[in-house]
Design a protein around this ligand. Structure first.
Ligand SMILES: *[C@@H]1O[C@H](CO)[C@@H](O)[C@H](O)[C@H]1NC(C)=O
Ligand SMILES: *[C@@H]1O[C@H](CO)[C@@H](O)[C@H](O)[C@H]1NC(C)=O
Length: 138
């Protein structure tokens, strides 16, 4: 008797998760890794990066040339996972979303890794740490 409802719940959940990825959403249960890399060539002043979410404060980090911070997590069931960062280097400063489940969640599920390269020319994004797409300027 008790097996039937569980079976039906399993089907309902499977349908729900399938439609999530079909809609270009995050992948449920995937561990996502976000990397932020200092691509500046000039190290005369440090690149400072401070990332947070509603629940986590990752603290301020100073990155040297090619320096990197990374962290990993799973997207909340309701898709509300959002990590935002403040980046500063000399005159440059910018607030940006490093991982919004509704945006990067579907982009990064190819590799489960999101890479951000912060450089003189702006902010570059990659899912393989090799092919970079410029997203915005400082
Ligand atoms: C690095 O940046 C500093 C401050 O902006 C500047 O004075 C210096 O000339 C730069 N060095 C190089 C090698 O570009
Ligand atoms: C990204 O690529 C650079 C250059 O090839 C390499 O030094 C670095 O270790 C890579 N980072 C990760 C997290 O794979």
């Amino acid at each position: 008797m008790s097996k039937i409802p569980i079976f039906l719940i399993a089907i309902a959940m499977n349908t729900m998760f399938t439609s999530c990825s079909a809609d270009g959403q995050w992948t449920f249960g995937m561990t996502y890794h976000v990397h932020i890399i200092n691509g500046f060539k000039n190290n005369s002043n440090p690149l400072k990066v401070h990332c947070r979410s509603k629940d986590d404060d990752l603290g301020e980090h100073k990155l040297g040339i090619n320096g990197e911070i990374s962290w990993h997590f799973k997207v909340r069931l309701d898709g509300s996972t959002l990590f935002y960062c403040d980046a500063k280097k000399g005159q440059h400063s910018k607030h940006f979303n490093a991982f919004d489940a509704t945006v990067e969640g579907s982009k990064c599920d190819i590799s489960s890794h999101c890479y951000w390269l912060l450089a003189e020319g702006g902010f570059y994004f990659s899912t393989d740490n090799f092919t970079w797409m410029k997203q915005f300027e400082w």
